[in-house]
Design a protein around this ligand. Sequence first.
Ligand code: PBG
Length: 327
Amino acid sequence: MNLSRRPRRNRKSASVRTLVEETTLLAQDLVQPAFLLDSDSAREAVPSLPQIERLGLELMKQECDELLQNGIRGIALFPVFDDALKDDQGSVGLNAGNYFYQSLRELKQTFPELVFFVDVALDPYTSHGYDGLLSADGEVDNDSTVDILCQISCLLAETGIDYVAPSDMMDGRVRAIRQALDVAGHSSTGIMAYSAKYASSCYGPFRDAVGSSKQNGYLDKQGYQLNPANSREAIMELLLDTDEGADIVMVKPAGWYGDIISASRSKLQIPIAAYQVSGEYAMIQAAAERGWMDLEAGRDESLLSIKRAGADLIFTYFARCWNGNRS
Ligand code: PBG
């Protein structure tokens, strides 16, 4: 054949392929989500999240140590409270003496070079499992919820963690949290806003891990999380949170929302995080368990697609088993 272009020439060996590759995934791009127990040495498997365990404080320290040794720079920590401690107001989240705040303080002191992101939302604390306070009509009430989120953010900032990460999708919370942090003297605590957070089917294993309420299957959060059919609305949310003072914004889930990551890339100057959520991880794990997908290939391809879409940092349950920078 007489071809003017033979693109295969640039694919002919591993070295050539490496030289011309456009996207590289690095350990430093990844943040590990982790679930912290009120215990020293307990370890509990989460059946829907293979290879991820809820850990007590001493084991979490080992985990942090290993992450740093593998070049991972960030961790996103979530609490796990006993159902008996939850109420409809999420009061335990406002108890400055609860184990979570104490453990965070100790972890950050032990690992000052690890960047700690901590969720701000009421779902780990409420008996009903929603991210905010319910009003009489059963909807999550925006403004009273924002008030509590500000208080929780200040309690978190006092522990020394690096970024509070509002994941609740209430309106106006980023500006309110920024003001509350500044007034309380925490102007160096950052805000990583879950700005474009969709009402996704992919959060199930996470809700199992934190023990969220599950009366008739997983909760419906469409009253505040984004409709998967919408992209312009997501861009608006990302711009709003940037305007309100977020330091990093997030798109979540990541894999099915690459279009949102890439569209926001050209519109925003601040870093964009993407969260490969529990259900995305579980799908790859489940297919691999059945022998229907190669685990490492599926892991790398999924993460690469998120980076290629334009994410600066990627929250992923795979971070802990990352074994080398790759493309
Ligand atoms: C809580 C929160 C959720 C996730 C992160 N923070 C679940 C939800 O909104 O119901 C999901 C993360 C994951 O699935 O890995 N607000």
